[in-house]
Each structure stands twice: as structure tokens, then as C-alpha cells.
Design a protein around this ligand. Structure first.
Ligand code: ADP
Ligand code: ADP
Ligand code: MG
Length: 462
């Protein structure tokens, strides 16, 4: 087993990885930018190394600084977390060339799965259903127009290297396409350093259903069930749950088998996620594969009892999976609410700042993953995620009620968050019935923000 792991990330995920390491009696090296000098992970790690100024390009994306820190502190492995360098094939290769284990798949697997265009083409060949769309990247707006004509409008333009909902544009008719192509491609270049685009049919009112995969170096691949991540804003997840209420046992088995085939098609190793869209007629389509630990991995941990970060580390150390598919049992129901420093009434504008006072909920079946504490500052340079609140209960309704009371206990003073909006969603009849599609939040936003105004003005209660 590894002796010392460098955690190439920040915020709640750095802390999450650190916790797994400590339980495995592995030493940790935290890296931080000057904006994160007071981070909890920096205080708790065995060693901490400053890798540069606040700007991510100068610190958390600075491969040379991170590798130097790992070698200088005697690490034998690097955990990339999510975002930043986690899906960077060159970084995975560079770690291994430097004699460090990269806790994730090989650079070649990341290259195969990381580009949406390449991955979709591979999946078609492996017999995994995909959304009708371009076979590989789309060179320019004219080519896109031709493909859109074939698949039929509305279509979606997507950054091939994309993530976090960025570089995505819906196009309803040909006249909109050239401008949307330019915008999406420019956004992709700015966010991911890669303007390559991919085009697919826009599925109306789908659910986002994803499967957690674990695969070891000995040819074993299994899935740990599914998550429904349909409650989204700007194509980014806000509330997730596991298991997905909409799946029948038969559909779960069919999609789970497709997810395993998808992972095998890219020779997957370590923890990963296969994302699907499920349409109104119960047809499912491969959307993308995330070759890293996912933000919402905790809800899968709650229903399976498996520590996914621990499994990631064991797999990277060459150990075989300790379970077979038939050993995986999904118990009860788990929900996660992402609490972001943002203002839902102002188009979810990020509004990080100093948290003058923080109080987290607790009690039976409640888990909080966050790097926040009273008096700390959430820097403006990175993601606006402030905390993840998770609840587990034997049934979905109990998990919902538990989440409502957990959010009522949550106090963050100093900046606004979306916690109140999420609390209202948990009372919405569509959510309670389990009927939300990816269109839910945007369709009901006015209504929900209206409720929130009434509640804060004391006019009525929900
Ligand atoms: P998840 O599916 O794990 O919830 P998200 O799409 O919310 O993933 O992304 C998690 C984090 O990783 C966010 O901070 C997001 O901005 C970042 N991220 C995801 N994909 C990429 C990428 N290809 N390049 C850069 N950052 C990314
Ligand atoms: P990212 O890498 O940013 O996570 P995804 O391909 O996973 O990009 O898409 C993000 C979200 O955008 C999905 O969860 C879904 O809500 C929406 N989306 C993506 N593709 C489609 C599609 N073809 N039709 C309708 N919605 C889509
Ligand atoms: Mg995605």
C-alpha cells in the first residue's frame, strides 16, 4: 500500500480524500494556492506545500509545481480529485513517468473517454446506445448544419472536452446555429483550452441517470448502482439521489450492464461514472463518461456502504476488487444537496465571500462534506461549491424529510447560497412524486423564487 499520497485538489474533495487516507493510515501532502492557505485540508495534512498564486492556471493546474511537490515530499501516489487535472491525460502520464501512481485510469483511457466525440463513436461500436449525433468532432458550423439536418432539430452543440455544463448550446433551428457554434466553441476554448465541438440531438425532457463504475487492474468491472441527477440549473447538478426512483429492476439491470460495457470499451480502470439520458419513452442513451471521482459519489457510498475513495486507492495500488456484482446491494435511499455560494434570484450568479458563521446539521443519517468553517473565506477563483449535505433513510420519503430538516438546521452567514431554493424544491409536488426531469428547475424557478420571497416576507408558509 502507498505510504504517502499527494492530494492535487482543494476544498471539500481534498478533505474527503484526506479522510480516506487517514483511515487507511496513509500520510498526506496537501497542496494549496496562496488563496487557500487557511484551508482545513492544509491544517490536517501530514505536510502542506504552497504551489503558487490564486489563479488555477498558476497553482492547481500547474503540473510541474505539483509533480515537484510530490517528489520533494517523498509521495508515492497522486490523487487528482475532480475538476482541475483529474481528467488530464498528460498529467496522468506525467505522474507515472515520474514514478508516481496516478489514482485514476491510464492516460490512454482518459484520451478515449475524455473527449465526448471520441467516446460516443467508441460506444456506438461497443453496442451502447448513444444520442443520435455526429460521428466524431464537428469541424465547423457548415458541417454542423449538415449533421443537424440529418438528426433533426432541436440539437445540442457540446464542447468535446467539456465539463461542469460549460460549452453547451441548444439550437432550435438552422438560423441559430452559426452564432451558437461560435459562442460554444469560444467558451470551450476559454474553459478547457480546446474549442472542439460535438453535435447531438436534443432529447426533450429527459432524466439524467448515471451509473457508478469500479474496475480493477485484473479485468474485473462492476457497477454500484445508479443516481438520478435531473435537478439541474444551467446543465449542472444541484440535487442528486440514489437509487433513481424511475428505474425498474429490469431497466436498472439493462442500463447497469450497458454501463459496464461502456467502461470495458475504453479499458477502464479505477472509479468512474457513465452518464445516460433516459427519455420519456424509457429509452436510454450514453451521454459521457467521467473518468474520476464524482461530486455526488457520497450518495452511492450511503446506499452501498462502500467507501469509493478507499476503493480508488486500493485499485491504484494494484489490489483486486473485494466484491463481485452479486455482492452489491442497494439499501435505502440517499439524497445530496449541493450548497453553492450563488444567488438563484440573479441567474445563479456566484457570490463567494467570508463565512462569518457556519453551523452544519447532524444527527441520524446526515453527512456533511465541506471545507467551510466559521470565519473562513471561500475564494472567488474556483468553484462556488460550499458544502454538500447528504441524507440517508430507509425510504425515499424519509430521506426527503430528513433533508428538509437538515437544510433547516444549516446556517451559513456571510454570503448567499442556494440552500433555501433546494429546501423549497424538496416540498415541490413534482419532486416528492419523483417526477423531475432536467427541465424541472428552470421551468419552476419563477414559482420557487416566488415562494421563497413570500416565506421571507412572512406572507405564508410552505
Ligand atoms: P460531477 O458530475 O462530478 O457532478 P461536475 O460536472 O459538476 O461533475 O464537475 C465537477 C467539477 O469539475 C466542477 O468544478 C467542474 O467545473 C469541474 N469540471 C468538470 N469537468 C471538467 C473539465 N473537463 N475541465 C475542467 N473542469 C471540469
Ligand atoms: P458536462 O460534461 O458538462 O457534464 P454532459 O454531456 O454531461 O456535459 O451534459 C450536461 C447536462 O446537459 C446533462 O446532464 C443534461 O441535463 C444536458 N444534456 C446533455 N446532452 C443532452 C441532450 N442530448 N439532450 C438534452 N439534454 C442534454
Ligand atoms: Mg456530465
Amino acid at each position: 500500500m502507498f505510504k504517502r499520497i499527494l492530494i492535487a485538489n482543494r476544498g471539500e474533495i481534498a478533505l474527503r480524500i484526506l479522510r480516506a487516507c487517514r483511515e487507511m493510515e496513509i500520510e498526506t501532502v496537501a497542496v494549496y494556492s496562496t488563496a487557500d492557505a487557511d484551508a482545513l485540508s492544509v491544517q490536517l495534512a501530514t505536510h502542506a506545500v504552497c504551489i503558487g498564486p490564486a489563479r488555477a492556471a498558476d497553482s492547481y493546474l500547474n503540473q510541474r509545481a505539483i509533480l515537484t511537490a510530490a517528489l520533494a515530499t517523498g509521495c508515492d501516489a497522486v490523487h487528482p480529485g475532480y475538476g482541475f487535472l483529474s481528467e488530464n491525460a498528460e498529467f496522468a502520464d506525467a505522474c507515472r513517468q515520474a514514478g508516481l501512481a496516478f489514482i485514476g485510469p491510464s492516460g490512454d483511457t482518459i484520451r478515449r473517454a475524455g473527449s465526448k466525440a471520441t467516446a460516443c463513436a467508441l460506444m456506438r461500436r461497443a453496442g451502447v446506445p448513444t444520442v443520435p449525433g455526429s460521428d466524431g468532432p464537428v469541424a465547423d458550423a457548415d458541417t454542423a448544419l449538415g449533421i443537424a439536418e440529418q438528426v433533426g432539430y432541436p440539437v445540442l452543440l457540446k464542447a468535446s472536452a467539456g465539463g461542469g455544463g460549460r460549452g453547451i448550446r441548444r439550437v432550435n433551428e438552422p438560423a441559430e446555429l452559426p452564432a451558437a457554434f461560435e459562442q460554444a466553441s469560444a467558451e470551450a476554448s476559454a474553459c478547457f483550452g480546446d474549442g472542439q465541438m460535438y453535435l447531438e440531438k436534443f432529447i426533450v425532457d429527459p432524466r439524467h441517470i448515471e451509473f457508478q463504475i469500479l474496475a480493477d487492474a485484473h479485468g474485473n468491472t462492476l457497477h454500484l448502482g445508479d443516481r438520478d441527477c435531473s435537478v439541474q440549473r444551467r446543465n449542472q447538478k444541484l440535487i442528486e439521489e440514489a437509487p433513481a426512483r424511475v428505474l425498474t429492476p429490469a431497466l436498472r439491470e439493462e442500463m447497469g450492464a450497458a454501463a459496464v460495457r461502456a467502461a470495458q470499451a475504453v479499458e477502464y480502470e479505477n472509479a468512474g461514472t457513465v452518464e445516460f439520458l433516459l427519455d420519456r419513452d424509457g429509452r436510454f442513451y450514453f451521454m459521457e463518461m467521467n473518468t474520476r471521482i464524482q461530486v455526488e459519489h457520497g450518495i452511492t457510498e450511503m446506499i452501498t456502504g462502500i467507501d469509493l475513495v478507499r476503493e480508488q486507492i486500493r485499485i491504484a495500488a494494484g489490489l483486486p476488487l473485494s466484491r463481485r456484482q452479486e455482492d452489491i446491494v442497494l439499501t435505502g435511499h440517499a439524497i445530496e444537496c449541493r450548497v453553492n455560494a450563488e444567488d438563484p434570484a440573479a441567474n445563479f450568479r456566484p457570490c463567494p465571500g467570508t463565512a462569518s458563521f457556519v453551523h452544519f446539521p447532524g444527527g441520524c443519517g446526515v453527512r456533511v462534506d465541506s471545507g467551510l468553517y466559521s470565519g473562513c473565506t471561500l475564494p472567488p477563483y474556483y468553484d462556488s461549491l460550499a458544502a454538500k449535505i447528504l441524507t440517508w433513510a430507509p425510504t425515499r420519503l424519509e430521506a426527503i424529510r430528513r433533508m428538509r430538516r437538515a437544510l433547516e438546521e444549516l446556517t451559513i452567514e456571510g454570503f448567499s447560497t442556494n440552500a433555501e431554493l433546494s429546501h423549497l424544491v424538496l416540498y415541490h409536488p413534482d419532486y416528492v412524486r419523483g417526477a423531475c426531469t432536467t427541465a424541472f428547475l428552470e421551468t419552476h424557478l419563477e414559482e420557487l423564487v416566488g415562494w421563497s420571497r413570500k416565506v421571507s416576507e412572512g406572507e405564508s408558509s410552505v
